[in-house]
Structures are given as structure tokens and as C-alpha cells.
Design a protein around this ligand. Structure first.
Ligand code: NAD
Length: 338
């Protein structure tokens, strides 16, 4: 029986890469029905609310969201709706696999997973200006919140993920040398949880700046990485760069009662409307959704077709050095599933 999911096409390049994804899902025989909803700038324009209650209701009903990227105004205006959705549904674990699909890049055979804490840290939105000597914005303060509960459940998620997926090692990246309370608490919890998995999964902790350097110098020394919210946000983009860039990086945001799948990248306003965006990250996010709901066969068919497309190099989008449009790439993937 077809599973109904909430579909949010998103802003910028979102609608086109989501449309390409739907054609591919259809060709792969995915048993899905879509409840289309709006959020972000599209929703501001249509109903003057970046996160309409109908969208929240739909997600509550279906328990599953496939989402394109949403635009967040920089510095001013409404807060990120991506962050709001993760908080609204307590999607505490961002799962971001980074896998080489196309040979001939900087590295071959990369197979890493970043697990990012998605609800705490500096992204809780506790910040304000401090006025001094007539300047209302003389200073600004942001609060980083780390709870033992939040740290424990994300580190445990990373270990459980490692066990379930036959992974050998978890690296916990932190900044406890400087942020002795917030990151120190996180690190203590990391070691505490690691003890429960001794003998099953290797554990190491590493300072975040050194982690960034080692990821570029020798990514093969890592396997599963777990870290707090902002570090995870930044290193996700760095890790996408190891396998061809943001167009190749999917993600799942997992909570106890709801899961949301979206590309790591944003709405790419610089190339919106040009039909040149790489839809791979969006398509692979849909594959993660299919795995999540037990339709791994359809996901497998899509991944095989994408690999074949990328290896044959005849319909690459511009970010990968080709000239194909988003639609041409999607047609090529569909053609390989026939
Ligand atoms: P971005 O990820 O949109 O783009 C960064 C660069 O990568 C741009 O040059 C863009 O053209 C390129 N790029 C991104 N996706 C691509 C694709 N699929 N194919 C080819 N090239 C691609 O980051 P940004 O420009 O910093 O942010 C734009 C907007 O997206 C902002 O409003 C930001 O808040 C939002 N954003 C949303 C999400 C999300 O929805 N989860 C994530 C990150 C950023």
C-alpha cells in the first residue's frame, strides 16, 4: 500500500530538483503518495507565514517529510524554518552520509557518516543585542545550550547507528579545550556512553579544528563522526566537498515520531531558475526516506542508476564539470531504470 508523505518543494532551486526527484521515484516504482505543503519564502509569499499550521498538521499526520531547501533571510527577518521544523518535531539526529559516487574526484571510495545534534547548541536561538553608550547594538550575545539528555541521546544514536550498520569506529569531535562547560559536558557524556559499547565499536575524541584538518588530509581514518549542532553544520559542507560538493550530500533528520529528509545544501539563489542545479542530493535524500520506510528495493534501483549516470559522465550537471541541465540528468537516471 502506498505511503503518504508530506512534500515541501521549498525555495530557489527546490521546486525543480524536487520535481526531478518525483519523476525518478515514480520510475523506480516507489509506493508513495504526496501531501503537498508550503514553507519558507514560498509560504511567506502565499500566506504571509513561513511555517503555516497546515504544513505542521500534515507532517504530524504522515510522520514523514520530503523537503527541498528553504531560504532564510540573512541577519534580518524570520528565523530559519529548517531549524524551526527540526525543533518543532524534535528531529534530534541529523544523519549525513558522505559517499563517493563518481570516480575521478579528490578522493576515491569515501564512505563516511556525520551525525549532527540538531536541536541544541548555539542554534537554540537565545541571542540578543546589548546597548551601550547610545548604541543599541554595541554588543551581541548568543547562548550555547548543551543538556546531558541531549548529548546522551545523540551520542547513543551515533553508536546505535554504527552497530546497526556494521561500522567500526565513532569519532566524537568537540571543543572542550576552550568551551569547558558546554563542550566539556558533551565530552564527558561521550566517554560515558562509549563505555556501553566497548568491544563493539571503537571510540575516539578529537578537537574540532584538528578534525577538520584530518578530514581533508586523510578522510579514510574516520568512519562515523558525531558532534554538536554548529560544528556538524560546518563539517557537513566540508565533507560534501570530499565527494564532489553540495550537490552530492543528502540528509535525514530523525526524531522519535517523525523523520524529515532533505539535501544538506540550501536554496542556491545564485542558480535558481536556471535549470542547472544538481538534483542528486535531493534524490539521495528521497532514497534515505525509502530505506527508512522499508522500500529499500526502490532506493537501490535509484542509487544504481545514479552511479551509472555519474560513472559514464555523459549527462553531468555543471557543478560536476558537465553541461547537462537538471531535467536532462533526471531523464538520464530514469532511462537507466527502464
Ligand atoms: P547553498 O547551499 O544554497 O549554496 C552554496 C553554493 O553551492 C552556491 O554556489 C550554490 O549555487 C551551490 N549549490 C548548492 N546546491 C547546489 C546544487 N544542488 N547543484 C549545484 N550547485 C549547488 O548555500 P547559501 O547560498 O549559503 O544559502 C542559500 C539559502 O539557503 C540561504 O537562505 C540559507 O539560509 C538556505 N539554506 C537552507 C538549507 C536547508 O534548507 N536545509 C541549508 C543551507 C542553507
Amino acid at each position: 500500500m502506498a505511503k503518504t508523505i508530506t512534500l515541501i518543494p521549498g525555495d530557489g532551486i527546490g521546486p525543480r530538483i524536487v520535481d526531478a526527484t518525483l519523476r525518478i521515484l515514480d520510475a523506480a516504482g516507489a509506493e508513495l503518495e504526496y501531501d503537498r505543503q508550503i514553507a519558507g519564502m514560498a509560504a511567506v509569499q502565499e500566506v504571509a507565514n513561513p511555517l503555516p499550521p497546515e504544513t505542521i498538521d500534515s507532517a504530524e499526520r504522515t510522520g514523514l517529510i520530503l523537503k527541498g531547501p528553504l531560504t532564510t533571510p540573512v541577519g534580518v527577518g524570520f528565523r530559519s524554518i529548517n531549524v524551526a521544523l527540526r525543533k518543532e518535531f524534535d528531529l534530534y539526529a541529523a544523519v549525513r552520509p558522505v559517499v563517493t559516487l563518481m570516480p575521478g574526484g579528490r578522493y576515491e571510495d569515501i564512505d563516511l557518516v556525520l551525525i549532527r545534534e540538531n536541536t541544541e547548541g548555539l542554534y537554540v536561538g537565545v541571542e540578543h543585542y546589548i546597548g551601550m553608550q547610545g548604541d543599541p547594538k554595541a554588543a551581541a550575545e548568543s547562548v550555547m545550550i548543551v543538556t546531558r539528555f541531549g548529548a546522551r541521546r545523540i551520542v547513543r544514536y551515533a553508536f546505535d547507528y554504527a552497530v546497526a550498520n556494521g561500522r567500526r569506529k565513532v569519532t566524537f569531535a568537540h571543543k572542550a579545550n576552550i568551551l569547558k562547560y558546554t563542550q566539556g559536558l558533551f565530552l564527558d557524556v561521550g566517554h560515558e556512553v562509549a563505555k556501553e559499547y566497548e568491544g563493539q565499536v571503537e571510540f575516539e575524541d578529537m578537537i574540532i579544528d584538528a578534525t577538520a584538518m584530518h578530514l581533508v588530509m586523510n578522510p579514510y581514518r574516520f568512519d562515523v563522526l558525531v558532534m554538536e549542532n554548529m560544528f556538524g553544520d560546518i563539517l557537513s559542507d566540508l565533507m560534501a566537498g570530499l565527494v564532489g560538493g553540495l550537490g552530492m550530500a543528502p540528509s535525514g533528520n530523525i526524531g522519535e515520531r517523525l523523520a524529515m529528509f532533505e539535501p544538506v545544501h540550501g536554496s542556491a539563489p545564485d542558480i535558481a531558475g536556471l535549470n542547472i542545479a544538481n538534483p542528486t542530493a535531493q534524490i539521495l535524500s528521497a532514497c534515505m526516506l525509502l530505506d527508512h520506510i522499508g522500500q529499500a528495493d526502490a532506493a537501490g534501483r535509484i542509487r544504481t542508476a545514479i552511479r551509472s549516470c555519474l560513472r559514464e559522465c555523459d549527462t553531468l550537471t555543471r557543478d560536476l564539470g558537465g553541461t547537462a541541465s537538471t531535467d536532462e540528468f533526471a531523464r538520464s537516471v530514469v532511462g537507466r531504470m527502464r
